[in-house]
Design a protein around this ligand. Structure first.
Ligand code: NAD
Length: 323
């Protein structure tokens, strides 16, 4: 849009201004809906089974300030839903063996239905080994090889799908976005976040997927390749953890942009703020966009509550595990 500004001598200088025209997808609304559903279902089950008390334990190692904030949000959500939750803290000097002993002990405790190991872990601990030590029936994060393997085969209602991937799935469904035969790009291929999202987008609808032609990009993808595949995409999910990685020149009008990235950066005034992977200027494209904060993050927390209730129902025999 062309505007002009007037300077002292009366001359008008034309200037280009761009309006923000993207539609924001309000993740907090979906998150509140999911948490209310969990809360109501729990109230209903307790009417006939008052002894049913789903509980998750979060294991936290070291003092990562971001992890402390995420743990607090998980505990607040649990309290709203009526779920029990507990955080066990360890120094970042804990050995791998001691940590696995704690997880094994928790695996055997029948009062605990879900176990979360808060990531990232200190370098001396092997993330894959630690995540796989959680019993698959209590793996409410969906990070074990058993639950990731099930996701590859089929997504049934009894699957423990990683919470962020489940959040992205439900955002796409709740927005009613057409996916069959369309093109998606997922930026980031971590086992816990990017890869499960790419699997869901590319999977057959019969298996719970979206039937999209899905391109997976990562740190070895050249910038020009990333830009060109993004320009073609109907859905772009970014889970790279690189602030401003995708800008408006890489987005086609009508696309849906799902920003998983949570990046702590300094604002112009020196304040600590959280930014996503999409440059703010993508708002100038006629697209749909999840904001950061207030997009995928609250939904991830809500689906952790959903998975905890699911785990407890399966363990109590209220629901059966699908084949
Ligand atoms: N919103 C949420 O609920 C939520 C949940 C989990 C993680 N996160 C955020 O998502 C981001 C990713 O998390 P993660 O655990 O998968 O991180 P990770 O470091 O394990 O993986 C990052 C991925 O991004 C890719 N990557 C890095 N730089 C890139 C670049 N310049 N171009 C293309 N790809 C690049 C890497 O190859 C890797 O696959 C982080 O910002 C994290 O904080 C958000």
């Amino acid at each position: 849009m062309l505007f002009s500004i007037t300077i002292g001598n009366g001359y008008h200088i034309p200037r280009m201004f761009s309006r923000n025209i993207a539609t924001l997808i309000k993740g907090t609304e979906l998150a509140n809906k999911i948490k209310s559903e969990v809360r109501n279902e729990l109230i209903n089950i307790r009417q006939t089974k008052p002894e049913f008390e789903p509980q998750f334990v979060a294991i936290a190692i070291g003092n990562n300030p971001a992890s402390s904030i995420y743990l607090q949000r998980k505990q607040e959500a649990a309290s709203y839903c009526g779920l029990k939750s507990k955080v066990i803290h360890f120094e970042d000097t804990i050995s791998q063996k001691s940590l696995i002993d704690v997880i094994n002990h928790t695996n055997k405790d029948p009062s605990i239905h879900g176990i979360i190991v808060q990531l990232p872990l200190p370098n001396h601990l092997c993330e894959t080994t630690i995540c796989n030590a959680v019993h698959p029936s209590k793996d409410v994060d969906g990070f074990t090889q058993t639950n990731l393997g099930k996701l590859m085969q089929k997504m049934s209602d009894s699957n423990m799908i990683p919470c962020t991937a489940l959040a992205v799935k439900k955002i796409i469904e709740s927005e009613g976005i057409e996916t069959y035969g369309k093109t998606a790009v997922v930026i980031g291929r971590s086992h816990n976040v990017g890869l499960p999202i790419a699997i869901i987008l590319g999977a057959d609808k019969q298996k719970g997927g979206f039937d999209m032609t899905t391109v997976s990009c990562h740190r070895a993808t050249p910038n020009e390749t990333l830009a060109s595949v993004c320009r073609n995409a109907d859905i772009i999910v970014s889970a790279a953890g690189v602030p401003g990685l995708v800008d408006k020149t890489m987005v086609k009008p009508g696309a849906c942009l799902i920003d998983v990235g949570l990046n702590r950066v300094k604002s112009e005034t020196g304040k600590d703020i959280v930014r996503g992977d999409f440059n703010k200027n993508v708002s100038q494209v006629d697209c749909r966009l999840t904001p950061v904060p207030g997009g995928v993050g609250p939904c991830t927390v809500a689906f952790l509550m959903y998975n905890t209730l699911l785990a407890a129902k399966l363990q109590a025999g209220i629901m059966n595990q699908a084949e």
